[in-house]
Design a protein around this ligand. Structure first.
Ligand code: ADP
Ligand code: MG
Length: 379
């Protein structure tokens, strides 16, 4: 396929922070951008050439995207996969509606991970109350203690309940009231993620592995390079590439892994887009993950993923603003020459809401982590 070159118009469905950083990357390269987003004050629309202020599934807005954009992508997985398939009839779309549909559904996602020959946590797919009723307590016990996760629409630990007994699992399923997976609780040594970019010509580039720490189910800190054995990091990268190949994926694919006590890897979940744990690439890699998204969408070769410096990314949630809505002390960051601040331009700071992040670059990952934690504490 011929490359799409600037100043072509690119479309993105979703106007959050990932859409904002895609838009900035595309605009920097000389493309124009149209954002489809119902929020009149979204992070991405602030930078876009055109803002289609309409619901994501709005037929007229989708028609406009198809008619005015050389290619369309998305920044979130809960976009209507059928809308992506419909757009693909007349314009270039990546990732495909099929891949987005797989990533939207933990049951399909785990089946594809297995199909690629990769390990998942032991799990039971529970499509309906009848399916659960057919499972004996003894059979359930094999997945306990476990986490019941809604098959769809979960993120940042939402739509999950931890369960210890078959009775608790049944009660939690009734409470969630939708298709779920029951996953055995694993003893995690670490969590890591690999972000791979794949083009329609099957060219691939994978970023260095990030070591991720979560707080309350939400990513808190990413440390790069991940402090694990080089061989283990390399095999996670290889697994991410194998999954992208298996899916015939085009675009940026994030793959989350668990590292278990015995140094084995388990694939947790995938995201069909740039990922919060890849924000370190904005300051530390030759090419960042949003530039990769633009490149894959436009049929350009992936850029170099070389890590130029150890780096730590710290998420800034609304919690940092304090009860009274007081803004954090940004002057603290202003006085750290090796730190870079990214704010997403969200008007209201709510608890758990991703408002921004900062990256700290230092000689070693440990030094960057120490400084990043100290900076966060004084904000
Ligand atoms: P989300 O879509 O909310 O990110 P995840 O499946 O990634 O959902 O779960 C969120 C977090 O919960 C994970 O990053 C991990 O810390 C923890 N977690 C999830 N599944 C398991 C598991 N099977 N064993 C142990 N911890 C888990
Ligand atoms: Mg996750």
């Amino acid at each position: 396929m011929a490359a799409i070159l600037p100043p072509a118009m690119l479309g993105i469905i979703g106007g959050g922070q990932l859409g904002r950083m895609f838009t900035i990357a595309a605009k920097t390269m000389g493309y124009r951008v149209t954002v489809l987003e119902p929020d009149p004050h979204s992070p991405a629309a602030a930078f876009a050439d055109v803002h289609l202020c309409a619901p994501y599934g709005d037929a007229t807005a989708l028609q406009t995207l198809a008619g005015t954009c050389a290619a369309v992508t998305t920044e979130f997985e809960n976009v209507d996969a059928d809308a992506m398939r419909m757009l693909a009839k007349t314009t270039r779309v990546s990732p495909s509606g099929d891949c987005v549909a797989i990533a939207q559904d933990r049951i399909a996602e785990k089946a594809w991970i297995a199909k690629a020959g990769l390990p998942t946590a032991p799990y039971l797919a529970l499509e309906s109350a009848a399916a659960l009723a057919a499972v004996s307590d003894d059979a359930l016990a094999a997945y306990l203690p476990g986490i019941l996760k809604t098959a769809r629409l979960g993120y940042d630990g939402k739509g999950q309940q931890r369960v210890k007994t078959p009775a608790e699992a049944r009660a939690a399923f009734a409470d969630l009231g939708v298709a779920c997976v029951l996953e055995k609780m694993l003893d995690l040594k670490l969590e890591v993620s690999a972000i791979v970019t794949r083009t329609s010509a099957s060219q691939m580039a994978v970023f260095p592995l990030a070591e991720n720490r979560h707080e309350g189910g939400i990513l808190d800190v990413s440390i790069v390079p991940a402090r694990i054995a080089a061989g283990l990091a390399a095999s996670a990268q290889t697994m991410a590439q194998r999954l992208a190949d298996e899916l015939d994926y085009v675009g940026v694919l994030a793959v989350e892994f668990f590292v278990l006590g015995d140094d084995t890897l388990v694939v947790n979940e995938i995201a069909p887009r740039p990922h919060n744990s890849g924000h370190y690439t904005l300051t530390a890699c030759v090419t960042d993950q949003f530039q990769q998204q633009v490149r894959a969408l436009c049929g350009l070769l992936p850029g170099s993923t070389e890590l130029m410096t150890p780096v730590v990314m710290v998420n800034l949630l609304g919690d940092v603003w304090g009860e009274d809505g007081r803004a954090p002390k940004w002057d603290v960051l202003a006085e750290a020459p090796n730190a870079q601040l990214y704010l997403y331009g969200k008007q209201e700071a709510r608890k758990g809401r991703k408002m921004g992040h900062f990256n700290v670059m230092a000689a070693t990952a440990d030094a960057a982590l120490e400084q990043a934690e100290a900076l966060k504490d004084t904000l």
